[in-house]
Design a protein around this ligand. Structure first.
Ligand SMILES: N[C@@H](CCC(=O)N[C@@H](CS)C(=O)NCC(=O)O)C(=O)O
Length: 249
């Protein structure tokens, strides 16, 4: 089998993976992707990287694990067009916003979503196993009750965390709406790693019109209800604008 020397190892419907996909697209790269299924992924991922999480960029024998690390690698390897602002103060601000979104926002919005929707095995199987053969989709759906405890512990999905996760999601949407008011962007007056991180990590609340993150229709009932919470928020409008203007491929 011909294995590509440059590719993205990923989960399909995932906000951290979306960060890496967006960075590659922004740099004009349409690399092949290998999809893993959340749950059974761990054993295979650990063959190529020290931890079990995705995304991982494979690049001529090197494996770069983590969305911020992938962006940093791309920024050094393919600096044009840049995602880091040239001005040092703006660059520091953009990188610290990315770190804030990675640590505090991405996991919370994901937790808020999955706590409400993880029970819909058929819809979940379609999201993650969408590109796989029918039989794999079917057996992944059947396997989901066994996978759920793994997902629960990987994402810290305890029901008492739901109120805090929803509050953090709303707070982050308020933040991007407010901070982008003057220039349209979070840092300075052009698109940077800060906008990419915020829009990608919050994309699961916005249902942007892009094949990588647009939800399959019809949505499950719990997913529809969850999405409706945010549909009129100025923050989700900003995310959709970022997708329309800066998420080309
Ligand atoms: N800080 C990491 C977080 C990545 C992450 O949480 N990835 C999730 C998918 S959204 C994952 O692969 N979880 C499975 C696992 O940790 O084994 C990054 O920025 O890439």
């Amino acid at each position: 089998m011909n294995v590509p020397a440059r590719q993205l190892h990923q989960f399909r419907f995932s906000n951290f993976n979306e960060k890496a996909r967006w960075a590659l697209a922004f740099k004009g790269m349409d690399l092949p992707r290998t999809d893993y299924l959340p749950g059974p992924h761990g054993r295979d991922i650990r063959k190529i990287a020290p931890l079990s999480h995705t995304p991982i960029l494979e690049w001529d024998g090197a494996y770069v694990q983590g969305s911020a690390q992938v962006i940093d690698f791309l920024e050094k390897t393919c600096p044009d067009p840049p995602l880091y602002p040239a001005d040092p103060a703006l660059r520091e601000e953009a990188l610290s916003l990315q770190a804030h979104f990675d640590e505090n926002v991405g996991p919370e919005v994901r937790r808020a979503l999955f706590l409400d929707t993880m029970g819909d095995a058929k819809y979940m199987a379609g999201l993650f196993a969408g590109g796989k053969p029918w039989l794999v989709r079917k057996s992944y759906g059947a396997m989901l009750p066994l996978v759920r405890p793994l997902m629960r512990s990987a994402m810290d999905l305890s029901p008492d965390k739901q109120a805090g996760a929803l509050k953090a999601t709303e707070g982050a949407l308020d933040f991007v709406a407010e901070k982008s008011k003057v220039t349209g962007y979070l840092v300075g007056n052009r698109f940077s790693v800060a906008d990419l991180a915020a829009a990608a990590l919050l994309s699961i609340a916005a249902n942007p019109d892009h094949p990588d993150m647009k939800r399959p229709e019809p949505m499950s009932k719990t997913t529809r209800t969850w999405m409706d919470r945010w549909k009129d928020h100025a923050g989700t409008a900003w995310i959709k604008t970022m997708y329309a203007k800066h998420r080309a491929l």
